[in-house]
Design a protein around this ligand. Structure first.
Ligand SMILES: Nc1ncnc2c1ncn2[C@@H]1O[C@H](COP(=O)(O)OP(=O)(O)OP(=O)(O)O)[C@@H](O)[C@H]1O
Length: 408
C-alpha cells in the first residue's frame, strides 16, 4: 500500500454522500442468564446513522458495548429492542451480508492454510470465479505486504502478519461496508500507517468504514465522525472538528523569528490578553514521522526479513475513479508542508493560564545571533525552494514505498 496521506482533514476527500448506509434507532441489547434474568445491558438505547463514504469511529472503554453493536450490525446478535437497517435491509438479509467486509478483533484463520489459500477460501465463500479469486488474492497479498510469504501457513504468522492477512480477507469481496475491529492491533508503525491510508483510500472510493479502536491517534487520523460509548450508551457523537475544536483559543505557527519581532508580536498580544494566558513553544514532529524517518534510513541497507514487508499499492480492484488526486501528490503535499513547519514556533492564546511567557524560552526560540530586524517577508512563493522540497519529499516517499522512482 502506498502511503497516501495521514490526516483525514488534509485530504481532498469528497464529502460523504447523503445516502444512509447504516441506520440504528433505539438499539438495546441486554444479555440474560440461563433463567432469563438480565445479566448485562451491553447496549442501551443507541441511535446513529452512517452515510456512504464516511469513516465512522466507535470509541469507548473496555466493555462499553462497541463489539456488541458491531455484532448486531453484522446480524450475528439479535437486538433486545430497537431497529437496525444496513443498506435499507435487516442485517440478516443475505444479499446485504455479501456487501460487508469484517475484520474481527481476533482473526479466525485456518492455521494450516497458507495466505494464498486463505484468501482463495474466503473468495470461494463469496462465490467469486476462480480467475477473479486468483487476481484479487495476488493483489491483496501485495497490498498488505505478504506476497513473499504467500506459501507459508498462516498459523506460523506473527500477530501483525495475521492482522494483515485478516485485513486482506475482509476485503476479498470488494465490500461496500467495511467493519474493522482494532485493525492496527499488533501492527508495526509502518503497518499502522498503511492501514490508515488504506481506510482513507477506501472511503475516497465511496466505501463506508466503521472503525472500532482504542488507539485514539488512529481514529483521529482517519475518522470523519466518532461516537463515544460508556456503559452501553452514547456519551458523545460528532465530527472530530465539532468534538475537538477549541473555539476560545488560537494558534499561530511561524518559522523561527528574530527576538525583536517576537517582542513586538507579544507586545501586541498583551494589549488584548493577559500575559499568563499566552504560551510559546516549538512544535514537535510526532513519533510516527520520526519512526518512519529512522526506518527509511535503515531500509536503505536493504536487510532481508522473514516477516511482512512494507505493503504495496492499494489492490487495483479496490481502487476506483473516485480516487481523485494520485496518492503521491497528497503525500508530497503533506511532507512538504510538514517540512515547512518543522522548525516553527507556535504562539497560542488560550483562555486558561497555562504558562507565563518565559524569557529563557523566548530567547531559545528566537534566532541564536541577533540579526538586523527584518521587515516581515512578503508572502511570495519561493519556486526554487518549493521545487527542492518537493524533490526531497519525493525521495522520502520513494524510499517509504521501497520503490524508488516508480511513482514519479
Ligand atoms: N455473550 C455475552 N454474554 C454476556 N455478556 C456479554 C456478552 N458479550 C458481551 N457481554 C457484556 O456486554 C458488555 C459490553 O461488551 P462488549 O464486548 O460489547 O464491549 P466492548 O466495548 O467491545 O469492549 P472491548 O473494548 O473490551 O472489546 C460487557 O459488560 C460484556 O461483559
Amino acid at each position: 500500500m502506498p502511503v497516501a496521506e495521514t490526516i483525514a482533514q488534509t485530504t481532498n476527500r469528497p464529502a460523504p454522500s447523503q445516502e444512509v448506509v447504516i441506520a440504528v434507532r433505539g438499539l438495546t441489547k441486554v444479555f440474560k442468564d440461563f433463567w432469563g434474568r438480565p445479566k448485562a445491558r451491553a447496549v442501551d438505547n443507541v441511535n446513529f446513522e452512517v452515510r456512504r463514504g464516511e469513516v465512522f469511529g466507535l470509541l469507548g472503554p473496555n466493555g462499553s458495548g462497541k463489539s456488541t453493536t458491531v455484532k448486531m450490525l453484522l446480524g450475528l446478535l439479535y437486538p433486545t429492542k430497537g431497529h437496525i437497517e444496513v443498506f435499507n435491509h435487516s442485517p440478516r438479509h443475505v444479499a446485504t451480508k455479501s456487501r460487508i467486509g469484517y475484520l474481527p478483533e481476533e482473526s479466525y484463520l485456518y492455521r494450516y492454510l497458507n495466505s494464498h489459500e486463505t484468501l482463495d477460501f474466503f473468495g470461494n465463500l463469496f462465490r467469486l470465479p476462480g480467475a477473479e479469486r486468483e487476481k484479487r488474492a495476488e493483489q491483496l497479498l501485495e497490498m498488505v505486504g505478504l506476497s513473499q510469504t504467500r506459501t507459508r501457513a498462516v498459523g506460523e504468522f506473527s500477530k501483525g502478519m495475521q492482522r494483515r492477512i485478516g485485513l486482506a480477507q475482509a476485503l476479498i469481496n470488494d465490500p461496500d461496508l467495511v467493519i474493522l475491529d482494532e485493525p492496527t492491533a499488533g501492527l508495526d508503525p509502518i503497518g499502522c500507517r498503511e492501514v490508515k491510508d488504506l481506510i482513507l483510500a477506501l472511503a475516497r472510493r465511496g466505501k463506508t468504514v466503521i472503525l472500532s479502536s482504542h488507539l485514539l491517534s488512529d481514529v483521529e487520523d482517519v475518522c470523519d465522525r466518532v461516537v463515544i460509548y460508556y456503559g452501553g450508551r452514547i456519551q458523545a457523537m460528532g465530527t472530530l472538528q465539532e468534538l475537538l475544536a477549541k473555539p476560545d483559543a488560537v494558534r499561530i505557527t511561524a518559522p523561527v523569528l528574530p527576538r525583536a519581532t517576537m517582542e513586538r508580536v507579544l507586545e501586541i498580544i498583551r494589549k488584548d490578553v493577559d500575559e499568563s494566558n499566552v504560551r510559546i513553544d516549538n512544535p514537535t514532529q510526532n513519533l510516527e514521522s520520526y519512526f518512519l524517518d529512522v526506518v527509511q534510513k535503515a531500509r536503505q541497507a536493504a536487510e532481508e526479513t522473514s516477516g511482512a514487508t512494507s505493503g504495496h499499492k492499494v489492490a487495483d480492484y479496490l481502487r476506483g475513479d473516485a480516487e481523485g488526486k494520485p496518492a503521491t501528490d497528497k503525500i508530497l503535499e503533506r511532507l512538504t508542508s510538514s517540512q515547512a513547519s518543522s522548525s516553527a514556533p507556535v504562539i497560542s492564546s488560550v483562555p486558561q493560564p497555562v504558562e507565563a511567557v518565559d524569557t529563557k524560552k523566548l530567547e531559545a526560540l528566537t534566532l541564536p545571533k541577533e540579526p538586523t530586524p527584518q521587515p516581515p517577508a512578503p508572502a511570495k512563493v519561493d519556486v526554487e525552494k518549493t521545487k527542492a522540497e518537493l524533490e526531497k519529499a519525493n525521495e522520502k516517499l520513494s524510499s517509504l514505498l521501497g520503490n524508488p522512482g516508480k511513482d514519479k
